[in-house]
Ligand binder design. Structure first.
Ligand code: TYD
Length: 139
């Protein structure tokens, strides 16, 4: 599956840690939007969608959560529990965020503004989109 865990380099000293994220450097795209989730209720499942074009990096700044990923062929669960690690999602992948700890703060850096037209919110539509995409690419 075409996902990447990016390890950031904290600037640590005797006062603590600091992570700096710059677009096109630690973050592989120009950042147009930042959003974050907190006070997520323990059994909530967020996401449940894919994006047509959007690139994102997910960083769990505090606490922990899990991300279920599905590219139509493979499924994978990634644990996010480190503020110095980012999950980069560049391709069309179904994602579900779940198992949030009560103190979890999940920040998302995105390559574009919020656009409902970029969302695929139905799993059947997601599989159909992937099929069309691979037909176009001649696979
Ligand atoms: P939603 O898409 O349900 O979040 P998630 O996929 O993470 O579970 O978004 C919840 C609400 O927030 C919905 O009304 C749309 C709005 N929203 C914005 O206005 N801007 C944004 O950047 C995002 C991600 C959501």
């Amino acid at each position: 599956m075409d996902i990447k865990l990016i390890q950031f380099s904290p600037h640590g000293d005797d006062r603590g840690q600091l992570v700096a994220l710059e677009e096109t450097r630690e973050i592989p795209f120009p950042i147009k939007r930042v959003y974050y989730m907190y006070k997520t209720v323990p059994d909530a499942v967020r996401g449940k969608h894919a994006h047509r074009k959007l690139e994102q990096v997910l960083v769990c700044l505090h606490g922990s959560c899990k991300v279920r990923l599905d590219d139509g062929k493979e499924k994978q669960v990634v644990l996010l529990d480190k503020p110095w690690e980012g999950l980069y999602l560049s391709n069309v992948v179904w994602r579900e965020m779940f198992d949030f700890s009560p103190d979890a703060v999940l920040m998302v850096l995105a390559s574009d503004y919020y656009d409902e037209a970029d969302y695929i919110r139905n799993y059947g539509d997601f599989l159909a989109f992937l099929r069309k995409q691979s037909e176009k690419e001649g696979n």
